[in-house]
Each structure stands twice: as structure tokens, then as C-alpha cells.
Design a protein around this ligand. Sequence first.
Ligand SMILES: [Zn+2]
Length: 240
Amino acid sequence: MALPKINVPTFEMTIPSTEQKVTYRPFLVKEEKILLMALEGKDETETARALKQIISNCCIDDIDIDKLAPFDLEYFFLLLRAKSIGETIELTYKCQNKKGKTNCDNVIKFSVDIDAVAVTKNPKHTNKIDITDTIGIMMKYPALETIVNTNFDTENVDDILDVIINCMESIFDNDSVYKMRDTDRSETKEFLEGLTQTQFIKIREFFNTMPKVAYKETIECDKCKKGNEIEIEGMQNFFR
Ligand SMILES: [Zn+2]
């Protein structure tokens, strides 16, 4: 005899980058297993892959998971976590207020309401980067794997160029669009190496201003009674 089927509740969310409305269900024991296995492995590429697997399992509408921006996936995962495990995340923060010459350093416990986490968009952010009056670059978002694997603060120029090339969609001028997938990687690298510092900074701005999941709050220290303005950015920082 077939066992009874359990109805799973569904919820709606808006994908930040495309504003597409999708329906999803919480993650179930089978997805939690995927996540736990990935987290145990401590391999970030595997964790990123597991997150994508879980999101595509739980999203009832058709989505192309590989086309989603990293902040879409991070935001989606936080919502999924809220509906699956709990609406709040417990975190701690070391009080930064001064007490005489030293810091207060009291460890404050606080909880983040996942509903209050949002994807912040910088109005200056754009995918279209004007290099000169006639030449520009269209950028695309890095894969979640890149985000977790790359330290964007790295000063190694080759590493930075690699990340940038992976995120370039095309180069354009008045006459043509040069798709990166049809262009030799070494040629693209040469193009980037020929830029001035000012032009290069414009590309780095694309990454610096990229939308991110963020949470802001002022929490009061229970010891010194003063407020701490905290800002949590990026999914990993919600799960420390
Ligand atoms: Zn304090």
C-alpha cells in the first residue's frame, strides 16, 4: 500500500536581478543531506554546487540556475533557510565602543530576522562599462563558485585579470560587438593590459558596486549600554 503523501507549503519570492517571481518550497530532509555533506567537505566549490542543487530542487518554477547572479543565489538560499530551518539567525558581535583607552569587547548576542535581509543595489552600478567614447565592455556576474573561491582583495594582477575575463560578455565599438566566447583569451588579456589605470578602475568598480545581500542594524551592548552599528554583507557572513 502506498504511504500517504505529505503536502509541502509553497512560498513566492522575486529574483533580485531579473525581478522574475518564482514559487519555491522549503528544503526537505533529502536536501539537508546534500547541504550537510557539502559543508562537511569544506570544499567551497562543492558547497557552491550544493547550494545551486538545493535551490533548483526547491524552486518549483523553471529557472536556469547557471544564469542567476551570485547575489540571487545567496538571497534565495537565505529565504529557503528561513522557511526551512527558522526565520532568524543567531549571531554574535564584539562591542567596538571605547571604554577608556581600550575597547569594550563585550560579546553581544543578537538575532537577524531573515525578512529584514535585502539585496542592496548601488545606483552607480552598471554592466556596461565605457572605456573610451567609442569602446566599451559588457560585463556579466561571476559564478557563485568564483565568489567563494576568490578573494577580491587579491593584488595578484594575473588573478584579477582571470576573474575579469571570466566576467566579460563582450567588447564593443561603434561598428561591432566582439563576443568573448569567440575571442582568444590571450587577446582579451592583451586588451586589458593595454588599459590605463583610470580605465581599469572602471572595471573594478563593477565588482565593488555589485549588489549584495546585506543587513543593517544598531544593536545595543548590554554591558556599556552604547549602540553598535553593524552591517553584515555576503551570505557567508550570516553563517559564521
Ligand atoms: Zn559595549
